[in-house]
Design a protein around this ligand. Structure first.
Ligand code: NDP
Length: 590
């Protein structure tokens, strides 16, 4: 059998054609497979492709275009501003290629440009529609039968399947490439580890004061034994076990998470709505049988301490088990090698005990449903303490608004699978503490405040606050659902009206619809809702506004974290998105 002649040698610097375009970039030849006749080449950003010989040219055969004729990013952008969809698509495709080239200026092959149409037809099945393009790439390299064979990018982590015997202790602990340190780095993480628990306990003590003004901060510390009640720990553990039981019931849908670096997609039991409904029934039955839920009000501090203890123990377990996890199971951001930082940030992305997903469970169940239970108990406490026949308007609004938030989150539980927490963050102290302590004991401060500090609301005020809440909720739900639907099925016909920018990773970015108004429309909706939660408490104290202030800080920081993460992932395609969608959260302002 005649072997194909090898025209280019390993190490040669040549010009390689970018899939689906007529643009050539400087690439290095890595390898030649005589069987398939394909050259493996590497682009400047680390993208590896397999190209056929006709798609490779000697660098000397190329003319770099003069600047005035070149398709510089600036020029492409001004063209792409046209509302015409085809223009957006072609510019986007070039942007994706530019991303993969590491920003290198592409050149077109003058000889072949006249044959562009014919050549594009038989190129890889990446077609003009960005939605289809994403579907083709997400189908995986195996399914892409054509001129090109896409390989993983250098920084996508090691996705090669490992034989079990290869996962010895040494390789298991091997860290994947890590992202820049966050939260003030190693010293910052140490600070947050001490500060956050202390802060929650201080807030709980402060809201218990008759006058919780800033001038009375910090509140006097009670004796140490006031923080501890073994019964409170028992209740917390029982509550968590009850939620575990509900989670494990084979009721509700099994949803697939987004593909992991290994290509695997985990399954999640998304039966949160049934869990909250069953919890409500159990609580109603308990109250009917005479259980006094105002215990939660009178033992708020002890319950918070007990939850903190559970969160710390869980974090220690998570950190310990992450030492034995394979590199590909670790989050990109939690492998700095510094114990305090990694303990805080979380190392393992999806720690599971068999099918039981610890992160997903903690994110959605005990804390979130516990938040509603605590709010309800605080409404009962308000009636008891203020001798009311029914809770006040303010208390009803706070209860209903937050209940809607939680029930909606659980009804759309699948949507959490495409959020930062689930996709990117490791499970460590930050999330365990956030889920089990921060959410149930600081998000309930407004209801707690109202127990001792009544605030009369007129009916027009109630109507205005309800309207604000509904507007915020509409923006929040619509934008989250749009992105979730797009990430789950980019070819969904219901989304075909949306414009997108493809990226070198194979995923696309929405650039119209909700995600074309601001870069985080979901944060905008969430902030409007937060405002509606604080307003019923009036303006006498800052404390009930604490959530609003904290949430602005959280979301501004979260937006910055997400921006740098997306910049790292998507390169110049992300820059193009940011140039097109100028504002982060509030249109025209921020
Ligand atoms: P997002 O749901 O906004 O997810 C961010 C990710 O979405 C990015 O990393 C990127 O991931 C993807 N993305 C970004 N831009 C685009 C685009 N244009 N097109 C397609 N995909 C895009 O982030 P969060 O997880 O922070 O928030 C989820 C919800 O939870 C929000 O509504 C937020 O307000 C809420 N939240 C509430 C909190 C609370 O305490 N009440 C706390 C934190 C969040 P990729 O490209 O990899 O898919």
């Amino acid at each position: 059998m005649k072997m194909p002649a090898v025209r280019y040698q390993s190490g040669d610097m040549v010009m390689g054609r970018w899939p689906g375009s007529n643009l050539y970039y400087e690439v290095k030849v890595l390898d030649f497979d005589a069987k398939s006749g394909l050259y493996t080449v590497i682009y400047k950003d680390g993208t590896e492709l397999e190209l056929k010989e006709p798609d490779i040219k000697n660098a000397s055969g190329f003319q770099t275009r003069s600047r005035s004729r070149s398709r510089s990013p600036g020029r492409r952008r001004s063209l792409s501003r046209s509302p015409a969809r085809t223009t957006r698509r072609s510019s986007s495709r070039t942007a994706a290629a530019a991303a993969a080239s590491g920003g290198a200026t592409p050149v077109t092959d003058d000889v072949t440009s006249s044959r562009r149409d014919t050549r594009l037809k038989d190129a890889l099945e990446i077609r003009l529609s960005p939605l289809k393009c994403e579907a083709a790439v997400e189908a995986g390299p195996d399914k892409i039968q054509g001129r090109y064979n896409l390989r993983r990018r250098k920084d996508d982590g090691d996705a090669k399947p490992q034989r079990p015997e290869e996962k010895d202790a040494k390789t298991a602990a091997a860290a994947p490439p890590t992202t820049p340190l966050d939260f003030g780095g190693k010293i910052g993480a140490f600070f947050w580890l001490l500060f956050l628990p202390a802060w929650v306990l201080f807030l709980v003590l402060q809201v218990n004061l008759e006058d919780p003004s800033l001038t009375n901060f910090p509140p006097p510390l009670p004796p140490l034994d006031a923080f501890w009640d073994p019964r409170a720990l028992g209740f917390v553990v029982l509550w968590i076990l009850f939620q575990v039981l509900l989670y494990l019931l084979p009721v509700g849908k099994l949803s697939e998470g987004v593909p992991l670096r290994s290509g695997q997609r985990l399954k999640y039991r998304t039966n949160g709505f049934w869990a909250v409904a069953a919890s409500a029934l159990a609580v109603a039955a308990a109250v009917h049988r005479g259980v006094d839920l105002t215990y939660i009000y009178s033992h708020f501090l002890q319950l918070a301490t007990a939850s903190l203890l559970v969160a710390v123990l869980l974090s220690v377990y998570l950190y310990g088990r992450s030492r034995y996890a394979a590199g590909e199971q670790l989050a990109l951001g939690g492998s700095s090698g510094n114990v305090a930082y990694d303990f805080f940030k979380g190392r393992e992305l999806n720690p599971r005990i068999k099918e039981f997903d610890l992160k997903f469970f903690c994110e959605m169940r005990p804390g979130l449903i516990g938040w509603c239970l605590i709010n309800f108990a605080l409404a009962l406490a308000e009636m008891k303490l203020q001798r009311l026949d029914a809770p006040s308007y303010a208390m009803i609004l706070v209860n209903l608004f937050q209940l809607l938030y939680v029930v909606d989150g659980l009804w759309n539980e699948e949507a959490i699978l495409t959020t930062m927490d689930l996709m990117h963050d490791g499970f460590g102290f930050m999330l365990a503490f956030g889920d089990l302590v921060w959410v149930p004991f600081t998000y309930t401060l407004q209801a707690y405040y109202l127990v001792g500090h009544p605030n009369q609301l007129s009916l027009p005020a109630v109507a205005a606050i309800v309207t604000l809440k509904l507007v915020g909720f509409y923006i929040f739900r619509k934008s989250n659902s749009e992105k979730n639907a797009f990430r789950r099925n980019p070819s969904d016909p219901k989304l075909s009206h949306l414009q997108t920018i493809p990226t070198a990773t194979g995923k696309s970015l929405l650039v119209s619809g909700w995600w074309g108004t601001v870069r985080h429309p979901n944060y905008l909706g969430d902030l409007l809702m937060a405002l509606a939660w604080s307003l019923p408490c009036g303006f006498s104290h800052l404390l009930p506004w604490y959530y609003m202030i904290y949430f602005i800080v959280l979301l501004v920081h979260r937006d910055a974290r997400d921006m740098s993460e997306c910049r790292r992932k998507y390169g110049s395609a992300w820059d193009e998105y940011c140039r097109t969608v100028r504002y982060r959260i509030i249109p025209g302002l921020y």
